[in-house]
Write a protein that binds this ligand. Structure first.
Ligand code: PHE
Length: 345
């Protein structure tokens, strides 16, 4: 083997092992060690280049060309690997880049009517009220007659009431649960009764044929109209705010005497008049009154001994006021973009 063959074989070996070492260098430090080993001042390739002068004259030029080719190749590889490693470092940094927007977590939400129902029940719980329930398919006895409402009363008319059968209706209010509770339990009682009720109403911005109500009933010896007003006012201040004014307007319900409609000063315009309160400054929140003695007689309570008050509010209307919802249909159309707004962190 000639000196030239030797020279070229060594170059090829350096090219192979050097390339492999560069390609597999795991980090910049290792790459630097590889560079010093193959291309440093004391590296064999460097020495081979220096030793070209010792080759026969006519072989110097091709040997030098080959040695330089190998050197350039290794330098190029080295640069490419350095860039790769740098990019790898950069990629790792991107993974913890705090400036990237986070992935939003799925968050559930409660329906606004549920939020309002729970909040109202909590306030009355502090006043000693239990939560009760009753059936949605109700007999005409509980829905009307027990509540001192004769079946020829306009409310019992088929135009207002969904009849499932001759004696069974979809309850038109939660008041029948008053009678059911009193029938089962001796006084004193304090209950709140959330639930869905049904009326043959058109489905428009302020009416729905099925909507939630929240009934309240308190019965004991010596409960007076003052207790009634104080309890309602306490609730209004707790729920709507201390600065909200309550107004009791005389009204009529067959199952309360005296009866009242309760208004609160509009929480949106504070009583000056706006579109939410139709310019009146007041929002009607419930029907209420002192329980009619005839109702006590119907459920077996001693109407000479016991008195009490009852109220029924429209939960949807209150939710609309609380969350400034302009159309009651939003509560019942299950548009998830609307409902998602009630998610709490
Ligand atoms: N049940 C009545 C209604 O639906 C509201 C009410 C409840 C009135 C209790 C008085 C007492 O309109």
């Amino acid at each position: 083997m000639s000196a030239m063959d030797d020279y070229l074989a060594t170059l090829r070996e350096l090219e192979e092992t050097g390339s492999a070492a560069i390609r597999t260098a795991a980090d910049p430090d290792e790459l630097e060690r590889v560079r010093v080993e193959y291309l440093g001042r004391k590296a064999r390739l460097t020495q081979l280049l220096r030793g070209i002068g010792e080759l026969p004259h006519e072989q110097r030029r091709p040997a030098g060309a080959e040695a330089n080719r190998v050197k350039r190749g290794l330098l190029e590889l080295l640069e490419a690997r350095a860039a790769d490693l740098a990019a790898g470092v950069a990629a790792a940094a991107v993974e913890i880049d705090a400036t990237l927007p986070g992935r939003e977590r799925w968050r559930g939400a409660r329906h606004p009517c549920t939020l309002v129902t729970d909040e109202i029940c909590e306030i009355f719980k502090e006043l000693g009220f239990l939560r009760a329930r009753g059936p949605e398919a109700e007999t005409t006895w509980y829905n009307f007659m027990a509540l001192n409402t004769p079946l020829d009363h306009p409310a019992a008319d088929e135009q207002d009431t969904f009849y499932l059968d001759r004696d069974i209706v979809l309850r038109t209010h939660t008041s029948p649960v008053q009678a059911r509770v009193m029938e089962q339990w001796p006084p004193p009682v304090r209950v709140v009764v959330p639930g869905v009720v049904f009326r043959r109403d058109p489905f428009d911005a302020s009416h729905a044929p099925a909507f939630e109500q929240l009934e309240g009933l308190a019965v004991d010896e010596g409960i007076s109209f003052v207790d009634f007003k104080a309890s309602i006012e306490y609730f209004v201040h707790r729920f709507f705010g201390a600065d909200v004014v309550t107004r009791f307007r005389p009204s009529f319900f067959p199952f309360t005497e005296p009866s009242a409609e309760v208004d609160v000063s509009c929480t949106i315009c504070h009583g000056t008049g706006c579109s939410a309160c139709k310019g009146t400054g007041w929002i009607e929140i419930m029907g209420a009154g002192m329980v009619h003695p005839a109702v006590f007689d119907n459920v077996g309570y001693d109407s000479e001994r016991y008195t009490g008050f009852a109220f029924g509010m429209g939960v949807g209307r209150i939710a609309m006021q609380r969350y400034r919802i302009p159309d009651i249909r939003l509560l019942y159309e299950s548009d998830i973009r609307f409902l998602a707004q009630f998610a709490r962190a």
